[in-house]
Design a protein around this ligand. Structure first.
Ligand code: 4AD
Ligand code: MG
Length: 461
């Protein structure tokens, strides 16, 4: 169908243009004898107003349509005498493509996000979710642009893997064995050697380790793909399936890593300012008041940096009563992270140098023998947005760390080979794409920035 997208109509067309538009009805109303139909095709936030005069062919049927019905209209653009829009469409013909049954769950505006999660297949029809998914697409483009402009090579890390990068045991297992009657060895245990891949395999928790393979020849690479964690977390910031962006680059240390992470976050924010203007205005007015000013400040400010050891002191001296006590050696909980970024630093804050006992085997061990060269970027409201580190590139230290953390050196011998054959200092990080989207849209729940969110107890749609 030859049609003009409403985005182009609103941005580029002139009064007098003859056009065809197609979309879904946002609203229908009648005032005096004139009918007004607001049509949206998702190409932009705003709708085009179609003015249906008295005596128009099929007028009664058109004005009986409800929010959600689909139609195609041909007509002429005229300067709108009304407020709120530049043009109206004076239709020559309107064809209803699909009526909308009144049982449609997205009839009313103002329905709660929680309700809409139950009808996730219908929620993109609402203003909020239209804006979220347009912004998500723009943000995704901005990711590739940032790295491509800096000479990073895109790498497709595998989704099926036998390695558990974060060593947290949160792997979803993938198997073709008969779940009810798996083959068993003489010891009664399941014989995974008979499984599809000949050993226990799962969905990746991170593309990092494989990205390191390519970084050890192409120097600068990044992956951007789906990652999976079988953690039973039901917080508004955790999903079982999420997308992660993971750059990995050679001849780099933790300071280079931090600088790249900061430039990356700022680039993403600036891209949203440039390319999601209309949707951002909506988020600023309706989702998080003051969002735009906040993001503007973040794009300009220098991010804070604090050593983990210092952060522990700050938390102890804060005078707060914590639900989880703070001690050197303990992980920072959400309440601690939020305090540090929202109240102590009042801006994005890198916490660096965590105790090595808290972190995976691949992180570079600092000379103090206690900490690793790692960083977490904490941002107000969302918490941890980025986790990254310099990598342990010294073979002997890496092997010792595998032993210390209970990693089977046999299973990761390929990873050690990267150190055996021309090792170089290198670093990388992972940015949670949905968390970034929450940050720039003001949406408070990760379930509301993914098309079909996967969380414990739900993989519907
Ligand atoms: O801190 P994480 O676990 O780091 C890694 O996976 C490293 N291998 C990354 C690297 O160095 N290449 O995860 C990185 C980021 C977190 O900071 C967070 O933004 C996001 O991924 N993330 C999640 N997002 C949504 N739901 C979850 N369950 C998440 N777990 C981590
Ligand atoms: Mg982390």
């Amino acid at each position: 169908m030859e049609r003009t997208e409403i985005k182009d109509v609103l941005a580029k067309a002139k009064a007098g243009d003859k056009i065809v538009v197609a979309g879904w009805i946002k609203s229908v109303r009648e005032s005096k004898s004139v009918g007004f139909v607001h049509l949206n095709d998702g190409s932009t936030f705003d709708s085009l107003q179609i003015v249906v005069p008295e005596g128009f062919v099929g007028r009664d049927r058109i004005l009986k349509q409800i929010t959600g019905a689909a139609l195609v209209a041909k007509g002429t653009l005229v300067a709108s005498p009304g407020k709120g829009q530049t043009f109206d469409l004076e239709p020559a013909s309107i064809e209803i493509l699909g009526e909308c049954d009144p049982s449609s769950p997205v009839q009313k505006s103002g329905t709660s996000f929680e309700f809409l999660r139950g009808v996730a297949h219908m929620r993109p029809r609402t203003n909020t979710f239209g804006a979220v998914f347009r912004t998500r697409a723009e943000l995704s483009y901005a990711v590739h642009q940032f790295f491509r402009d800096r000479g990073f090579v895109m790498c497709h890390s595998p989704i099926l893997t036998t390695s558990d990068c974060e060593g947290a045991g949160a792997l979803f297992q993938v198997s073709t064995l008969d779940a009810e009657k798996p083959p068993r060895g003489p010891d009664g245990k399941i014989d995974w050697s008979q499984d599809f891949f000949g050993e226990k395999t799962g969905l990746t928790v991170s593309g990092q380790l494989e990205a390191e393979i390519l970084a050890m020849s192409l120097s600068k690479v990044y992956t951007f793909g789906p990652t999976f964690r079988a953690e039973p977390s039901t917080t508004p910031r955790h999903a079982a399936e999420f997308w992660m962006i993971e750059p990995e680059f050679a001849f780099a240390d933790i300071d280079d890593d931090r600088a790249l992470a900061e430039a990356f976050v700022k680039h993403l924010i600036e891209h949203v300012f440039k390319h999601c203007e209309r949707d951002l205005r909506f988020f600023d007015e309706r989702i998080e008041k003051g969002l735009r000013a906040k993001l503007e400040a973040v794009a300009k400010a220098e991010f804070g940096v604090i050593e983990y050891t210092k952060a522990v002191e700050v938390l102890k001296k804060s005078g707060r009563r914590w639900n989880y006590p703070v001690e050197w050696g303990g992980d920072l909980q959400t309440e601690h992270e939020r305090y540090l970024t929202e109240e102590y630093a009042e801006r994005p804050l890198f916490v660096v140098g965590y105790p090595r006992s808290l972190k995976p085997f691949y992180m570079y061990c600092n000379d103090d023998g206690k900490t690793v060269a790692c960083m977490d970027l904490l941002v107000p409201r969302v918490g941890e947005l980025i986790g990254g580190s310099q990598r342990e590139h010294r073979l002997d230290v890496l092997l010792a760390r595998m032993k210390e953390t209970g990693i089977d050196p046999e299973a990761y011998s390929w990873y050690a080979d990267l150190r055996r054959y021309g090792t170089v200092p290198h670093a990388g990080f992972g940015l949670g794409f949905e968390r970034m989207l929450m940050y720039v849209t003001g949406m408070e729940n990760i379930r509301d920035v993914a098309l079909c969110p996967r969380v414990p107890g739900s993989a519907k749609f």
